[in-house]
Design a protein around this ligand. Sequence first.
Ligand code: BGC
Length: 423
Amino acid sequence: MNATRKALAAGLAALSLLAVSACGSDSESGSTDEVEVFTWWAEGSEKAGLDALVKVFDEQHPDLKFVNGAVAGGAGSDAKNVLQSRLQNGEPPATFQAHAGAELTDYINAGQIEDLTDLYKEKGWDKQFPEGLLDRLKQDGGIYSVPSNIHRANMLWANPAVLKKAGIEANKSYDSMDAWIADLEKIKAKGIIPLSVATDWTQVNLLETVLLADLGAEGYNGLWDGSTDWGGSEVKTALEHYSKLLSLTNTDRQGLDWPDATQLVIDGDAAFNVMGDWAEAAFQEQKKTFGTDYTAVPVPGTDGVFDFLADSFTKPVDGPNPKGTEAWLDTIASDEGQVAFNKAKGSIPASTTADTSSFGEYQQTAIKSWGEDEIVSSLAHGAATSVNWLTDITSAVAKFGSNNDVAEFQKGLVEAAEDNKPE
Ligand code: BGC
């Protein structure tokens, strides 16, 4: 999103807030039929995913009224700030989107969301979500949110027709960054954008996959628990690869958000895009056929690893409509909600009871990998670090995007780790 659209989106979000507080709800008396759901699924294929969920909510809870509190900006780049000021001002929505893992822990530690353990027991949700996922929603034994989906962040999307122009076979698998970079150079020589990327957070998403490729799952995990040295030579190699990759991307990246970067591949203006599998929804929305019009394989060097993230929904402390919140969480956990939403969103259900037989070809590959692969936590999407640490890494990434100084970049990342690493 460019600056003007951002300003417009922020203005619209503020207006919709005013509208929410001015009309309909009767929160002072504690009774309201409105359920404001705060997400960043504001546009395009993400909005289509949310719409699919709302349709199920409307069917399951005809007495309640969904109110869309979405704030645009991929990965919550703008939404999270708006949400924080609302929470601090005592104006929480009925429920908000939060990533499973360290990001959720931030809200728990700040006392901003309720423990849902009793609700989990009452509804039997504790039996329907995988143990490993539930662990990422827990703190001191309590469970704090309901997961709607599982996304994979280490995917490489490609346009086979564009690759053909550069003499590169479709679906080619690369076992290292160097092998892939050699082909990207060939594409560049043809005057085609080798790799599309967008604004800061998509660069962080790219960086995390390069770290994963070069350090391996164990080394990558060690970045978050202190056992891998951010100042070491392996990280340096990864940053050099990242630097090379960035030089092979579209120069207008800062003005774009993820849909624009993925669109460059869909339109045949770029060969590759590294993006989480919400990109699948964009290809599907435009009626593209998996395997023919586009391909998706793990980022080179990350095969066998599932770079995980999950969206989940919370019950804010002192929320405006506790019953409405529970109704939304009910829809999230229901098989109907999980199937409708994930089919449209490109993700896979978080619940083990949802029937995925009607899911598309790409999603079947994700389901298989989720079951077999090693799982690691996504950096750009709240699973690996606190919001503060991610913000500091994002600043270092943004700075590097303009000065291209690898040594300073690494120093910035070392400092970010020192300032934020959990005790
Ligand atoms: C969210 C996804 C979303 C993506 C791009 C991620 O952080 O988990 O649901 O599609 O950002 O906005």
